[in-house]
Design a protein around this ligand. Structure first.
Ligand code: HEC
Length: 155
């Protein structure tokens, strides 16, 4: 009787461990939500797409600025900075003016202003190093924003 029970228990454990390994029950389900430490900025899907498109323009433009700086081509630096200064991510309506939405806006406004200033400064002073000294803190703002916020269309 005891032996039969023991066999039953052993086979039950065996079966359930097979079932668990096949179904993945033994694993904690992966969760992307809990891994997210950044604050959400809620945008409608079309606003999100427009925002990310602006972002790609930023990256493309910063690359062009660095390339031009390496050649001391300040006219190109100024022209590209000017075109990036027309990108106004803060001019886009935010779906919800939440606390993170406003912080996001403020950072975006600073970057917008920094590009405008860079365009003028590059043209008037024509100083590569001075422009690089502007670019470094400007790009720090790109980094800060990316570390602080993410865009979502869910709330
Ligand atoms: C005001 C905040 C903010 C600023 C400033 C900012 N970004 Fe972004 N950027 C974001 C957010 C938020 C995303 C989306 C990240 C996410 O949802 O995971 C993003 C995404 C991107 C992407 C990915 C685009 C895609 O298609 O997925 C690139 C490239 C990028 N940013 C470049 C830049 C560069 C370069 C700068 C500075 C010149 C910059 N960003 C400044 C907030 C910002």
């Amino acid at each position: 009787m005891l032996k039969r029970n023991k066999n039953l228990v052993v086979s039950l454990i065996f079966c359930s461990s097979i079932a668990a390994s096949f179904s993945g029950w033994s694993q904690v389900p992966p969760s992307t939500e809990s891994a997210e430490r950044r604050a959400p900025v809620v945008l409608r899907p079309n606003e999100k797409a427009a925002m990310l498109s602006d972002m790609r323009e930023y990256l493309k433009g910063v690359q062009a600025i660095v390339a031009a700086l390496a050649k001391d081509d300040m006219d190109t630096v100024s022209a590209v900075a000017k075109s990036l200064g027309t990108i106004n991510i803060v001019g886009r309506p935010l779906m919800f003016p939440t606390v993170s939405g406003t912080g996001f806006r403020d950072l975006g406004a600073l970057v917008h202003m920094n590009f405008e200033e860079m365009a003028i400064d590059a043209k008037t002073h024509r100083n590569t190093k001075a422009t690089l000294e502007r670019l470094a803190p400007l790009m720090k703002r790109c980094v800060t924003c990316h570390e602080t916020y993410y865009i979502t269309d869910k709330f």
